[in-house]
Design a binder for this molecule. Structure first.
Ligand code: FES
Length: 283
């Protein structure tokens, strides 16, 4: 299985389809606020993994109920709930997929294809059950569960092996030692400009606004883009940094994500000024 997944990650033959689908998704899912909604910006976490709990839960429950006598109606209801709830979950997943790196998109494409097959089988299962053909409906349901399980396995690989939509920056916190770390003379910090410094070899950005200062990890939580090279913009009265790679935008007074593709906030470090020296520590 590992060898197969490695081959899939390197399967450049998938790129023609993947690149075309990416353009279609990016052209269709507009404007930005729709993309942000689907990325889970309003939630502070990616939305797709939360949404898939409904179809997965309903389909697994249907499989259990299908093994019990006299539960046809319950099984049909669960298949219907799973099938219809899978559609918005798939749209949120496509929106995340379009902002992934190429190797992630290859696995994501097969993940999506498995789930489309699963969805088609469950739609057939629902139609068969509603026409009274419960034996066929049950068989299609179990086939659908097999396809959806393959999709779920690939989704796990995307998240846990390839780090898709997982905060990339937060693991750097483990590299910072305990205690306060000096970051230089506070008075020398320019106003409303990004300044890059290091805490135990971990890059952070400093942003001073008046007497307030923010110390934030520099690696973008989306795919490790250098936020220190980003642009500062004012959005809804808040100074924000825009990642130079894919445009994820974070408030500079707290790290809250304002625009995706990141669905995660950026990590800010507690800071203080002692004898004119700015210091930061682990949260
Ligand atoms: S790395 Fe993708 S938005 Fe920052």
């Amino acid at each position: 299985m590992r060898a197969l997944l490695t081959k899939l990650e390197q399967a450049s033959a998938l790129d023609r389809v993947g690149d075309r689908l990416q353009r279609i998704v990016q052209a269709t899912l507009r404007p930005q606020r729709v993309r942000d909604l689907l990325h889970g910006v309003w939630l502070g976490h990616p939305l797709h993994p939360a949404m898939v709990q409904v179809p997965v839960g309903a389909w697994i429950s249907a499989a259990v109920v299908d093994l019990l006598p006299g539960q046809r109606r319950a099984a049909t209801t669960l298949i219907g709930v799973g099938t219809f709830s899978a559609l918005p979950a798939a749209v949120a997943g496509l929106n995340d997929w379009a902002a992934l790196s190429r190797d992630q998109r290859r696995i994501g494409l097969v993940h999506a294809a498995s789930n489309v097959v699963g969805l088609a089988l469950y739609s057939g299962s629902l139609a068969a059950r509603m026409n009274g053909r419960h034996g066929l409906g049950r068989a299609l349901g179990f086939l659908g569960l097999s396809a959806a399980s393959t999709g779920a396995y690939l989704g796990g690989h995307l998240a846990y092996k390839q780090g898709a939509q997982v905060t990339q920056s937060v693991s750097e916190l483990h590299l910072i030692s305990d205690g306060w770390h000096p970051l230089g003379d506070f008075a020398a910090l320019p106003q409303r400009q990004l300044v890059t410094r290091e805490v135990d070899d971990v890059s952070v950005i400093l942003y001073r606004h008046g007497d307030d200062v923010t110390v934030m990890l520099e690696r973008c939580p989306h795919q490790s883009g250098p936020l220190g090279q980003g642009e500062v913009q004012q959005i809804d009265g808040h100074d924000c940094v825009v990642c130079p790679w894919h445009g994820s935008t974070f408030r500079l007074n707290g790290g809250e994500v304002v625009h995706g593709p990141s669905g995660n906030d950026q990590q800010v470090l507690p800071s203080r000024v002692v004898n004119g020296v700015l210091e930061a520590r682990l949260p």
